[in-house]
Design a protein around this ligand. Sequence first.
Ligand code: ADP
Ligand code: MG
Length: 145
Amino acid sequence: GPYPVYLQGHVQHGFGRGSKELGIPTANLPEDEVHRACKNLKTGVYFGWAQVNDGPVYDMVMSLGWNPYYKNEKLSGEVHICHEFDHDFYGEDLRVVVLGYIRPERDYSSVDALIYDINVDITVAKNSMSRSAYQKFKLSPFFRS
Ligand code: ADP
Ligand code: MG
């Protein structure tokens, strides 16, 4: 398989879909990194590790997909880090190790259904990440210490 896939870039402003208001902020990767990722990964939801600057490494879920805001002509890579930050980190260094696939993209008719799925994704991610095979990537030299 393609894993691990390493992605890195300065956090971009997103498309105002209001995920933060829903309690699930998603940090956007730069477009060139998203395109590089898509050479190895199909669209969908993934899990792995993420770090902001030289901070701690946390679990993450990443959605890789076609952005409805741009009539599905643009790809986006959005990373929800499983940690409550007390500040935003637009423009800052985001490093991501993608370790596995959770599910394909879905079209959501209701926000409730979307939130429900994301919470399932977060649980799947956390369970997977506790497996020792994934733990070693947390110590990868790719992450800043
Ligand atoms: P945008 O449309 O700009 O992506 P969001 O509502 O998705 O707006 O919020 C994303 C921003 O929230 C990130 O760019 C980051 O600066 C901040 N943020 C705070 N906590 C987190 C977190 N746990 N995971 C991801 N981003 C977070
Ligand atoms: Mg976002």
